[in-house]
Design a protein. Structure first.
Length: 325
Protein backbone atom coordinates (compact mmCIF):
# COMPACT_ATOMS: atom_id res chain seq x y z
CA UNK A 1 0.00 0.00 0.00
CA UNK A 2 1.88 3.04 -1.31
CA UNK A 3 1.10 6.29 -3.09
CA UNK A 4 3.42 8.24 -5.40
CA UNK A 5 2.95 11.81 -6.62
CA UNK A 6 4.61 14.01 -9.26
CA UNK A 7 4.14 17.78 -8.88
CA UNK A 8 5.57 20.80 -10.69
CA UNK A 9 5.71 24.39 -9.45
CA UNK A 10 8.89 26.39 -10.10
CA UNK A 11 10.78 23.14 -9.45
CA UNK A 12 9.79 19.54 -10.09
CA UNK A 13 8.92 17.35 -7.09
CA UNK A 14 8.43 13.59 -6.89
CA UNK A 15 7.85 11.34 -3.92
CA UNK A 16 5.82 8.70 -2.22
CA UNK A 17 4.57 7.09 0.94
CA UNK A 18 6.02 3.69 1.77
CA UNK A 19 3.25 1.70 3.43
CA UNK A 20 4.28 -1.64 4.92
CA UNK A 21 3.64 -3.92 7.85
CA UNK A 22 7.38 -4.60 8.28
CA UNK A 23 10.75 -2.84 8.06
CA UNK A 24 13.32 -3.60 5.38
CA UNK A 25 16.34 -1.66 6.65
CA UNK A 26 16.49 1.21 4.19
CA UNK A 27 18.85 4.15 3.93
CA UNK A 28 19.16 7.13 1.63
CA UNK A 29 21.74 6.00 -0.91
CA UNK A 30 23.65 7.94 -3.55
CA UNK A 31 25.02 5.91 -6.45
CA UNK A 32 27.68 8.14 -8.07
CA UNK A 33 28.49 8.07 -11.77
CA UNK A 34 31.42 5.69 -11.56
CA UNK A 35 29.96 3.07 -9.24
CA UNK A 36 29.57 -0.01 -11.49
CA UNK A 37 25.99 -1.23 -11.87
CA UNK A 38 25.84 -4.87 -12.95
CA UNK A 39 22.91 -6.49 -14.75
CA UNK A 40 22.24 -10.22 -14.88
CA UNK A 41 21.66 -10.35 -18.65
CA UNK A 42 23.30 -7.15 -19.86
CA UNK A 43 26.65 -5.46 -19.68
CA UNK A 44 27.85 -3.47 -16.67
CA UNK A 45 27.11 0.26 -16.60
CA UNK A 46 30.51 1.56 -15.55
CA UNK A 47 29.57 5.21 -15.98
CA UNK A 48 26.01 6.46 -15.70
CA UNK A 49 23.84 9.22 -14.26
CA UNK A 50 24.24 9.79 -10.53
CA UNK A 51 21.21 8.52 -8.58
CA UNK A 52 19.75 9.33 -5.14
CA UNK A 53 16.92 7.54 -3.38
CA UNK A 54 15.78 5.17 -0.67
CA UNK A 55 17.33 1.73 -0.93
CA UNK A 56 18.27 -1.43 0.87
CA UNK A 57 21.89 -2.25 0.07
CA UNK A 58 22.53 -5.99 -0.31
CA UNK A 59 26.00 -7.22 -1.22
CA UNK A 60 26.90 -3.75 -2.47
CA UNK A 61 23.79 -3.49 -4.67
CA UNK A 62 21.33 -0.67 -3.85
CA UNK A 63 17.80 -2.02 -4.23
CA UNK A 64 15.95 1.27 -4.75
CA UNK A 65 12.31 1.71 -3.79
CA UNK A 66 12.27 5.13 -5.45
CA UNK A 67 14.97 7.44 -6.74
CA UNK A 68 15.81 10.43 -8.89
CA UNK A 69 18.83 11.09 -11.04
CA UNK A 70 21.00 14.15 -11.58
CA UNK A 71 19.07 15.09 -14.74
CA UNK A 72 15.69 15.32 -13.00
CA UNK A 73 14.11 11.99 -13.98
CA UNK A 74 12.43 10.12 -11.13
CA UNK A 75 11.01 6.64 -10.65
CA UNK A 76 9.18 4.72 -7.93
CA UNK A 77 8.30 1.04 -7.59
CA UNK A 78 4.92 0.29 -5.99
CA UNK A 79 3.40 -3.00 -4.93
CA UNK A 80 1.24 -4.61 -7.62
CA UNK A 81 0.23 -8.04 -6.27
CA UNK A 82 -1.80 -10.54 -8.31
CA UNK A 83 -1.42 -8.44 -11.46
CA UNK A 84 2.35 -8.18 -11.94
CA UNK A 85 3.77 -11.02 -14.02
CA UNK A 86 7.31 -11.51 -15.23
CA UNK A 87 8.04 -14.11 -17.94
CA UNK A 88 10.85 -16.60 -17.44
CA UNK A 89 11.72 -16.67 -21.14
CA UNK A 90 14.18 -14.11 -22.44
CA UNK A 91 13.60 -12.08 -25.60
CA UNK A 92 16.62 -12.17 -27.96
CA UNK A 93 15.37 -9.01 -29.73
CA UNK A 94 15.45 -6.83 -26.61
CA UNK A 95 17.62 -6.18 -23.57
CA UNK A 96 16.54 -8.56 -20.81
CA UNK A 97 16.30 -6.83 -17.44
CA UNK A 98 15.09 -8.16 -14.10
CA UNK A 99 12.48 -6.02 -12.30
CA UNK A 100 14.89 -5.35 -9.41
CA UNK A 101 17.30 -3.81 -11.95
CA UNK A 102 14.77 -1.60 -13.71
CA UNK A 103 15.26 1.62 -11.72
CA UNK A 104 19.02 1.44 -12.27
CA UNK A 105 18.53 0.60 -15.95
CA UNK A 106 16.31 3.60 -16.63
CA UNK A 107 17.68 6.25 -14.27
CA UNK A 108 21.26 5.29 -15.07
CA UNK A 109 20.82 6.04 -18.77
CA UNK A 110 17.85 8.35 -19.27
CA UNK A 111 17.44 12.07 -18.68
CA UNK A 112 13.75 12.47 -19.44
CA UNK A 113 10.45 10.64 -19.74
CA UNK A 114 10.90 10.57 -23.52
CA UNK A 115 14.33 8.94 -23.10
CA UNK A 116 12.73 6.39 -20.78
CA UNK A 117 9.92 5.70 -23.26
CA UNK A 118 12.46 4.86 -25.98
CA UNK A 119 14.58 2.67 -23.70
CA UNK A 120 11.54 0.76 -22.41
CA UNK A 121 10.56 0.01 -26.01
CA UNK A 122 13.72 -2.08 -26.36
CA UNK A 123 13.52 -3.63 -22.86
CA UNK A 124 12.11 -7.01 -21.84
CA UNK A 125 11.40 -7.75 -18.18
CA UNK A 126 12.40 -11.28 -17.22
CA UNK A 127 11.88 -13.32 -14.06
CA UNK A 128 15.32 -13.37 -12.44
CA UNK A 129 15.26 -13.03 -8.63
CA UNK A 130 18.00 -11.15 -6.83
CA UNK A 131 18.79 -14.29 -4.82
CA UNK A 132 17.11 -17.36 -3.37
CA UNK A 133 16.54 -15.35 -0.17
CA UNK A 134 15.18 -12.31 -2.06
CA UNK A 135 12.51 -13.33 -4.58
CA UNK A 136 11.00 -10.79 -6.94
CA UNK A 137 8.34 -8.45 -5.57
CA UNK A 138 5.25 -7.87 -7.76
CA UNK A 139 5.66 -4.25 -8.84
CA UNK A 140 4.58 -1.55 -11.23
CA UNK A 141 6.38 1.75 -11.70
CA UNK A 142 5.73 5.50 -11.77
CA UNK A 143 8.21 7.37 -13.99
CA UNK A 144 8.14 11.17 -14.18
CA UNK A 145 10.02 14.32 -15.07
CA UNK A 146 8.97 17.99 -15.06
CA UNK A 147 7.01 17.50 -18.30
CA UNK A 148 5.13 14.20 -17.96
CA UNK A 149 4.35 11.02 -16.01
CA UNK A 150 4.22 7.40 -17.11
CA UNK A 151 2.97 4.19 -15.50
CA UNK A 152 4.76 0.97 -16.45
CA UNK A 153 3.06 -2.37 -15.81
CA UNK A 154 4.04 -5.89 -16.80
CA UNK A 155 1.09 -8.30 -16.69
CA UNK A 156 0.20 -11.49 -18.55
CA UNK A 157 -0.91 -9.18 -21.36
CA UNK A 158 2.68 -7.99 -21.72
CA UNK A 159 4.63 -4.83 -20.99
CA UNK A 160 2.33 -1.80 -21.00
CA UNK A 161 3.33 1.84 -20.82
CA UNK A 162 0.57 4.33 -19.97
CA UNK A 163 0.59 8.10 -20.07
CA UNK A 164 -0.29 9.15 -16.52
CA UNK A 165 -2.06 12.51 -16.73
CA UNK A 166 -3.17 12.27 -13.08
CA UNK A 167 0.43 12.29 -11.85
CA UNK A 168 -0.23 9.73 -9.12
CA UNK A 169 0.01 5.98 -8.66
CA UNK A 170 -1.14 3.55 -5.98
CA UNK A 171 -1.46 -0.26 -6.16
CA UNK A 172 -4.12 -2.64 -7.47
CA UNK A 173 -6.13 -2.79 -9.69
CA UNK A 174 -4.44 -1.97 -12.99
CA UNK A 175 -3.83 1.62 -14.04
CA UNK A 176 -6.59 1.53 -16.65
CA UNK A 177 -9.13 0.82 -13.92
CA UNK A 178 -7.80 3.64 -11.76
CA UNK A 179 -8.26 6.20 -14.52
CA UNK A 180 -11.72 4.90 -15.42
CA UNK A 181 -12.69 5.01 -11.76
CA UNK A 182 -11.96 8.76 -11.68
CA UNK A 183 -15.03 9.23 -13.88
CA UNK A 184 -17.22 8.44 -10.89
CA UNK A 185 -15.94 11.56 -9.12
CA UNK A 186 -16.37 14.18 -11.86
CA UNK A 187 -18.94 15.95 -9.67
CA UNK A 188 -16.38 16.91 -7.00
CA UNK A 189 -15.50 20.59 -6.76
CA UNK A 190 -13.24 22.57 -4.47
CA UNK A 191 -15.60 25.55 -4.55
CA UNK A 192 -18.81 26.35 -2.69
CA UNK A 193 -21.51 24.01 -4.06
CA UNK A 194 -24.73 25.12 -5.70
CA UNK A 195 -28.07 23.40 -5.21
CA UNK A 196 -28.44 20.94 -8.09
CA UNK A 197 -30.84 18.74 -6.14
CA UNK A 198 -34.00 20.61 -7.20
CA UNK A 199 -35.61 24.00 -6.86
CA UNK A 200 -36.55 23.06 -3.30
CA UNK A 201 -36.11 26.12 -1.10
CA UNK A 202 -33.88 25.95 1.96
CA UNK A 203 -31.41 23.39 0.56
CA UNK A 204 -28.15 25.22 1.20
CA UNK A 205 -24.68 24.16 2.30
CA UNK A 206 -24.33 23.94 6.07
CA UNK A 207 -20.52 24.13 6.11
CA UNK A 208 -17.35 24.45 4.08
CA UNK A 209 -16.07 21.50 2.07
CA UNK A 210 -19.41 20.11 0.87
CA UNK A 211 -18.26 20.47 -2.73
CA UNK A 212 -15.96 17.51 -2.13
CA UNK A 213 -18.64 15.38 -0.46
CA UNK A 214 -18.06 11.82 -1.65
CA UNK A 215 -14.28 12.11 -1.89
CA UNK A 216 -13.00 8.72 -0.66
CA UNK A 217 -11.30 8.67 2.71
CA UNK A 218 -10.49 4.99 3.17
CA UNK A 219 -7.07 3.42 2.61
CA UNK A 220 -7.86 1.13 -0.32
CA UNK A 221 -5.62 1.66 -3.38
CA UNK A 222 -8.44 2.90 -5.61
CA UNK A 223 -9.62 5.37 -2.95
CA UNK A 224 -6.11 6.66 -2.31
CA UNK A 225 -5.66 7.12 -6.06
CA UNK A 226 -8.81 9.25 -6.31
CA UNK A 227 -8.02 11.28 -3.20
CA UNK A 228 -4.38 11.92 -4.12
CA UNK A 229 -5.26 12.81 -7.72
CA UNK A 230 -8.07 15.20 -6.72
CA UNK A 231 -5.98 16.95 -4.08
CA UNK A 232 -2.95 17.21 -6.38
CA UNK A 233 -4.92 18.56 -9.33
CA UNK A 234 -6.69 21.10 -7.11
CA UNK A 235 -3.58 22.00 -5.12
CA UNK A 236 -2.78 25.69 -4.60
CA UNK A 237 0.56 26.61 -3.06
CA UNK A 238 3.48 28.98 -3.29
CA UNK A 239 5.80 28.37 -6.22
CA UNK A 240 8.94 28.70 -4.12
CA UNK A 241 10.72 25.67 -2.71
CA UNK A 242 9.57 26.00 0.94
CA UNK A 243 5.94 26.42 -0.05
CA UNK A 244 6.06 23.61 -2.59
CA UNK A 245 7.83 21.26 -0.21
CA UNK A 246 5.30 21.91 2.55
CA UNK A 247 2.42 21.35 0.12
CA UNK A 248 3.91 18.12 -1.18
CA UNK A 249 4.13 16.60 2.29
CA UNK A 250 0.57 17.74 3.04
CA UNK A 251 -0.52 15.81 -0.05
CA UNK A 252 1.32 12.71 1.15
CA UNK A 253 -0.08 13.13 4.66
CA UNK A 254 -3.60 13.01 3.22
CA UNK A 255 -3.08 9.37 2.19
CA UNK A 256 -0.67 8.28 4.93
CA UNK A 257 -1.69 5.28 7.03
CA UNK A 258 -1.98 5.58 10.80
CA UNK A 259 -0.66 2.61 12.73
CA UNK A 260 -3.55 0.45 13.86
CA UNK A 261 -6.01 1.63 11.20
CA UNK A 262 -5.09 -1.09 8.68
CA UNK A 263 -4.19 -4.69 9.51
CA UNK A 264 -2.60 -7.01 6.98
CA UNK A 265 -3.70 -10.58 6.29
CA UNK A 266 -1.24 -11.74 8.95
CA UNK A 267 -2.79 -9.35 11.48
CA UNK A 268 0.19 -6.96 11.45
CA UNK A 269 -0.15 -3.17 11.42
CA UNK A 270 0.26 -1.67 7.97
CA UNK A 271 1.48 1.91 8.23
CA UNK A 272 3.39 4.63 6.41
CA UNK A 273 6.94 3.76 7.44
CA UNK A 274 8.33 6.81 5.62
CA UNK A 275 7.27 9.57 3.25
CA UNK A 276 9.69 11.27 0.90
CA UNK A 277 9.94 14.12 -1.58
CA UNK A 278 12.67 14.60 -4.16
CA UNK A 279 13.25 18.11 -5.43
CA UNK A 280 14.43 16.73 -8.75
CA UNK A 281 15.41 20.17 -10.06
CA UNK A 282 17.92 20.70 -7.23
CA UNK A 283 18.78 17.08 -6.46
CA UNK A 284 17.60 17.13 -2.84
CA UNK A 285 15.98 14.11 -1.19
CA UNK A 286 13.72 14.92 1.80
CA UNK A 287 12.12 12.34 4.04
CA UNK A 288 10.36 11.77 7.34
CA UNK A 289 9.61 8.50 9.10
CA UNK A 290 6.67 7.27 11.12
CA UNK A 291 8.59 7.87 14.35
CA UNK A 292 10.24 11.15 13.30
CA UNK A 293 8.10 13.69 11.47
CA UNK A 294 10.83 16.32 11.21
CA UNK A 295 12.24 16.50 7.69
CA UNK A 296 15.75 15.25 6.99
CA UNK A 297 17.47 16.19 3.72
CA UNK A 298 20.31 14.76 1.64
CA UNK A 299 21.67 16.87 -1.24
CA UNK A 300 22.96 14.90 -4.21
CA UNK A 301 25.08 17.83 -5.37
CA UNK A 302 26.94 18.10 -2.08
CA UNK A 303 28.71 14.85 -2.93
CA UNK A 304 31.46 13.92 -5.38
CA UNK A 305 29.30 12.61 -8.21
CA UNK A 306 32.30 11.16 -10.02
CA UNK A 307 33.17 8.91 -7.09
CA UNK A 308 33.24 5.13 -7.33
CA UNK A 309 31.71 4.18 -3.98
CA UNK A 310 28.19 4.36 -2.61
CA UNK A 311 27.26 7.08 -0.11
CA UNK A 312 24.88 5.67 2.48
CA UNK A 313 22.94 7.83 4.95
CA UNK A 314 21.14 5.87 7.72
CA UNK A 315 17.65 7.10 8.48
CA UNK A 316 17.01 9.44 11.38
CA UNK A 317 14.15 7.60 13.08
CA UNK A 318 14.08 9.06 16.61
CA UNK A 319 11.74 12.03 17.01
CA UNK A 320 13.55 15.35 16.46
CA UNK A 321 12.20 18.50 18.15
CA UNK A 322 13.20 22.09 17.40
CA UNK A 323 13.02 23.65 20.87
CA UNK A 324 11.83 27.27 20.99
CA UNK A 325 13.29 27.95 24.46
Amino acid sequence: MCTSIAMKTNDFYFGRTMDLDYEFHTSVVITPRNYPIAFRRSSVLRRHNAIIGMATVVDGYPLYAEAGNEKGLCMAALNFPDNAWYPKDEDPRRTNISPFELIHWILGQCGSVEDARRLIDSTHLVNIPFSSQLPLTPLHWHIADKEASLTLENTRDGLQLHDNSAGVLTNNPTFGFQMTNLCQYMNLISGYPKNCFSDLQGVTPFGQGLGSFGLPGDYSPSSRFVKAAWLLLNSVCGKDDPGSLAQFFHLLDSVSIIKGSVLSSRDACDMTTYACCINATRGIYYYKTYTNNQLTAVNLRHENLDAGTLRIFPLVVSQQVAWAN
